[in-house]
Design a protein around this ligand. Structure first.
Ligand code: BES
Ligand code: MN
Ligand code: ZN
Length: 502
């Protein structure tokens, strides 16, 4: 794993392969500028700007220009990233994005240094976090062929004049923990589905919290059978890889609030007998992105020592077609005794989540948050970068949106229109697993709501599009698993704990 360091700005210190430089814009005439608060000296800043002018660097926000070294700076490659704001106006998120775009462009540089404008804790922490998020590479499938995928940097050194500031160091430490857990979530999502069945997902979850104040419990197929987890079992019954329910519990001495996190952990979604077309299956290893997010967030929360009790459930199964698979028309019974007519085996996420939500509710948490790559309709509505949040509490829904804004993730409020509920009626069972196709994201949310106590504030995060980037890298987001929702969940738990202890 890439190590993050803080050091004083000293462009003559050699040993770095690449220097990432954040480029701001002048206030008066919107020209490219390098701020004094980067810590770089006047003459070095002038030489970098001259280099940028020489190659005709674009002023477009996010544009990346590589320069082969500049005299006075003893680093062979400079990567200049346009922030798209003046030094005063640059937000932590803009700094985070520029730092990440820089480390993504650094390809397989081993030792990367970064300078960005801003000396405040929030600025330096954003620099470190963005740089680390952009430095992510998935390395587990590198072979011995000639064209090996890039390796992650060995070290990222944030060069800053405030490298000795206690508040800066603490903010960077926290930002690093969160970014490391985003890496963990990405690793889980990027793992080929043949390498990460429900068993391996559960093992990875347990291993990730080893040594932390987190208790773990994994229910195997026999436990699930005995406990009557009919939703998870029905989805898992078509696969030779049996399902699992992972439970993590973080209960610190000082705890202001109890939050339950629930994640959809379908390690591969073929659709089951309601088989998906081949192209729709290409990215379906991402269907455990919700589980990855709640597991990673829990590890981060425990490492940060946040004063909140967190109980986390990851409902893990593989949705496959076979002679033992559930059939369209089958009726299952979920953990709370609800019968569900399964009309479409591809609407499997809500079935595993039903059991997990009921389980989570039995701990009597103050708040329940579920995270799932639940519907294609989410992507139709909001695209690949904006996630949806639905809730039985307007306050909690707003809390999620605010937490997301704070950390630079995009969540948008969506309704749970009661009039759509009747489309989930079944003529023979308590519920059908599909309803109106129009508003499919909302009917999925309404289905989940059936398994939550109406008195408990609950929010449902549909991350179907944002969990996996199948187009070009952007900002600090590489191709593949994004780790979306981890940062929002950590911030939300922080905020809820803060509010409860006031
Ligand atoms: N895992 C999919 C949703 C999905 C689609 C996630 C694309 C990420 C990218 C989910 O299990 C699914 O198949 N949903 C169906 C539901 C339908 C059958 C009611 C869908 O959205 O088509
Ligand atoms: Mn599906
Ligand atoms: Zn699915």
């Amino acid at each position: 794993m890439t190590e993050v360091r803080l050091a004083a700005v000293d462009p003559k210190s050699s040993g770095y392969d690449t220097l990432v430089v954040g480029v701001t814009t002048t206030k008066r005439d919107s020209k490219l500028d390098i701020a004094a608060s980067t810590g770089l000296g006047h003459s070095e800043r002038k030489r970098i700007l001259a280099g940028l002018t020489q190659v005709g660097a674009k002023a477009k926000p996010g544009s990346v220009t590589k320069l082969p070294g500049v005299s006075g700076i003893d680093i062979p490659q400079l990567i200049c990233v346009v922030i798209g704001a003046t030094e005063e106006e640059a937000t932590p998120e803009q700094i985070r994005q520029a730092a990440g775009a820089g480390t993504i462009a650094a390809e397989d540089s081993a030792k990367v240094a970064v300078v960005m404008p801003g000396k405040a804790p929030a600025d330096v922490a954003a620099t470190a976090q963005g740089a680390l998020l952009g430095a992510y590479r998935y390395e587990q499938c590198r072979g011995s062929g000639t064209k090996k995928p890039a390796k992650a940097a060995k070290t990222i050194t944030v060069l800053t004049d405030s490298n000795r500031d206690r508040h800066v160091r603490e903010a960077v430490r926290q930002a690093e923990i969160v970014a490391q857990e985003v890496w963990f979530a990405r690793d889980l999502v990027n793992a080929p589905p043949s390498a990460l069945h429900p068993i391996e997902l559960a093992e990875a979850a347990v291993a990730q919290v080893a040594g932390l104040a987190v208790e773990t419990l994994v229910l195997d197929e026999a436990d699930l059978e005995e406990g009557k987890y009919g939703g998870i079992l029905a989805v898992g019954q078509g696969s030779i890889n049996p399902p699992r329910l992972v439970r993590l519990e973080y209960r610190p001495e000082r705890s202001a609030v109890h939050i339950a996190l629930v994640g959809k952990g379908i390690t591969f979604d073929s659709g089951g007998l309601s088989l998906k077309p081949p192209t729709a299956m290409e990215t379906m290893k991402c269907d455990m992105g919700g589980a990855a997010a709640v597991l990673a967030a829990t590890a981060a929360i425990a490492r940060l020592g946040l004063p909140a009790t967190v109980t986390t459930y990851a409902a893990c199964a593989e949705n496959m077609p076979s002679g033992t698979a559930q059939r369209p028309g089958d009726v299952l019974t979920t953990l709370d005794g609800t019968t569900v007519e399964v009309l479409n085996t591809d609407a499997e996420g809500r079935l595993v989540l039903a059991d997990a939500l009921v389980s989570a509710g039995r701990d009597e948490p103050d708040v329940i948050i579920d995270v799932a790559t639940l519907t294609g309709a989410q992507m139709v509505a909001l695209g690949n970068r904006v996630s949806a949040v639905m809730s039985n509490s307007d306050d909690l829904r707003d809390d999620v949106v605010r937490a997301a804004d704070m950390v630079g993730e995009q969540f948008w409020p969506m309704p749970l229109p009661p009039e759509l509920r009747e489309s989930l009626d079944s003529p023979i069972a308590d519920l059908a697993n599909i309803g109106d196709r129009m508003g499919g994201m909302l009917t999925a949310g309404l289905f989940l709501q059936e398994f939550v106590d109406p008195e408990t504030p609950w929010a449902h995060l549909d991350i179907a599009g944002p969990s996996f980037n199948d187009s070009k890298p952007h900002d600090y987001t590489p191709k593949g698993g994004t780790g979306v929702a981890v940062r929002t969940l950590v911030q939300l738990v922080k905020d809820l704990a803060d509010a409860a202890s006031k």
